[in-house]
Design a protein around this ligand. Structure first.
Ligand code: SF4
Ligand code: SF4
Length: 489
């Protein structure tokens, strides 16, 4: 009787505990349902899907050009790499090749993105495990990279700098100078982080032998990137299927041996050194030339060859009274409400309100809307004297107007794309990012599917956690480096 009572009192049973979706160490809205026996993990069930992004479905309702900014929002920690992955895939589908300078620039910014990603990973992984100083050091260098991104495209996080066919604009010399300085200093900064944690007793106890996965198992689970390479598999898309300028530079693919959290940490540290070296080689080899492919069938026209040609422009937009049929198309299209008029009567533009966006110029089918170069600030009477029909305008303005119309069509409807399907992979900081498109020949993908490394790696969490302690779940989440924006596409 006493023994039965003792068994009842000291009886142990598994507990079911929720970790996340609002937990600082789950790196976003990841929910893990843990079955624990005391402190030991018996079962882990990951739940994703709290973000409701719908990026793949949105992509199927937008033209190939319009969907690009969505990719920034997948893995927002390395938006630049996502943009590159998307552009490389769409370029393969279109059958176009960006110029060499653009390829080198994309390789540079891709590797900067890898360093920025690994710095954020190291900062948060170390913080989760209990090391505060590394967090601050890593943010110091990451800020430098984000400032450089700002210098080339005005944005730090959601950049949309790479474009289908090349990059948005060339890089200034000041960017290259500052980046060169960064690459000179960065190796000593990596040494600083390593001095703090590489042989730290607590770090070693929290990472060595935790989340071990063999090479064979890692391959079977679909792991890629440093998460796979930590188990000793030297698979890297940059080496196996080179894109951009990766076939023009020398670099090693660091691998681990034990496949534990510590080896994956070492792989990422060595990768940052390799990225630093790739950036230096690209700066040294950066060829001159254009940064956008010259293929009017698939590439957006250059902004400096499109209306309004000059910024600020000295043009005036004007409606030729005799030619205007009063259809009201321009009135409805004008975003500034600068056009007025009654149906079937000639319309007028209020020059003081006109934003010179050119929308009306591309809308009028009756050749009643024209531009008057040098007409800004002139009276309507003077403009009426100077105005000529749009087909009598100088060639450069006619070409600029055609380019603007082409840009409208490209952005809204997309170009005519060859029919078929394609899967193209690139090596982003977290692993293999693949884009799969099914094209029905229209300007929008019939099907768009993204192979996101974070989604695959989140599925491996049960394999990495079972048998370890609750505290090790934090180390396991950190070691696979996931971002939930990429899981919930
Ligand atoms: S679209 Fe052309 S024809 Fe129609 S109201 Fe405007 S200027 Fe006149
Ligand atoms: S240029 Fe733009 S803002 Fe000006 S009248 Fe035309 S549509 Fe309106």
């Amino acid at each position: 009787m006493i023994q039965k009572e003792a068994e009842r009192i000291f009886e142990t049973r598994e507990l079911n505990v929720n970790m996340g979706p609002q937990h600082p160490a789950t790196h976003g809205v990841l929910r893990l349902v843990l079955d624990i026996d005391g402190e030991t993990i018996v079962k882990v069930t990951p739940y994703v899907g709290y973000l409701h992004r719908g990026i793949e479905k949105l992509g199927e309702n937008l033209s190939y050009f319009q969907a690009l900014p969505l990719t920034d929002r997948m893995d927002y920690v390395s938006a630049m790499s996502n943009n590159i992955g998307y552009c490389v895939a769409v370029e393969k589908l279109f059958g176009i090749d960006p110029p060499m300078r653009a390829k080198f620039i994309r390789t540079i910014v891709g590797e900067m993105s890898r360093i920025a990603n690994h710095l954020l990973w190291l900062a948060t992984h170390a913080l989760d495990i209990g090391a505060m100083t590394v967090f601050l050091y890593c943010f110091r260098e990451r800020e430098w990279i984000l400032d450089l991104f700002e210098m080339i495209c005005g944005a730090r996080l959601t950049v949309t700098y790479p474009r289908v066919g090349g990059v948005r604009n060339d890089v200034p010399q000041a960017f290259l100078d500052s980046l060169w300085k960064f690459t000179e200093e960065f190796p000593s900064r990596i040494l600083e982080y390593e001095t703090l944690i590489d042989q730290n007793r607590i770090w070693l106890q929290r990472t060595v032998g935790i989340g071990v996965i063999s090479a064979e198992e890692a391959v079977n689970w679909g792991m890629t990137g440093p998460t796979l390479r930590g188990s000793g598999v030297p698979y890297d898309v940059r080496k196996h299927m080179p894109y951009d300028a990766y076939d023009q530079v020398e670099f090693d693919v660091p691998i681990g041996t034990a496949g534990d959290t510590y080896d994956r940490y070492r792989c990422r540290m060595l990768e940052m050194r390799q990225s630093n070296s790739i950036i230096r080689q690209c700066i040294e080899k950066l060829p001159p030339g254009p940064v956008m492919a010259d293929d009017p069938k698939f590439v957006l026209p250059p902004k400096d060859k499109m209306l309004p040609i000059t910024q600020p422009t000295d043009m005036a937009y004007f409606i030729i009274e005799k030619a205007c049929k009063g259809c009201g198309m321009c009135l409805r299209a004008c975003p500034a409400k600068a056009i007025s008029g009654e149906k079937k009567k000639a319309h007028k533009i209020d020059q003081s309100q006109c934003l010179q966006c050119s929308t009306c110029f591309t809308t009028c089918k009756f050749k009643a809307l024209t531009v008057v170069p040098g007409g800004k600030g002139l009276s309507d009477e003077k403009l009426a004297e100077l105005a000529v029909a749009p087909d009598k305008l100088p060639d450069d303005i006619k070409e600029a107007q055609q380019n603007l119309t082409r840009q409208f069509d490209f952005i809204k409807k997309g170009p005519k794309v060859p029919e078929g399907e394609i899967y193209v992979a690139t090596e982003v900081p977290k692993g293999e990012l693949g884009f799969y498109f099914v094209s029905d020949g229209s300007g929008k993908p019939y099907r768009m599917r993204v192979r996101a490394p974070s989604f695959v790696h989140a599925g491996c969490l049960p394999r990495l956690c079972v048998g370890h302690l609750v505290a090790d779940v934090i180390a396991a989440i950190g070691t696979i480096d996931i971002v939930l924006g990429e899981c919930d596409r």
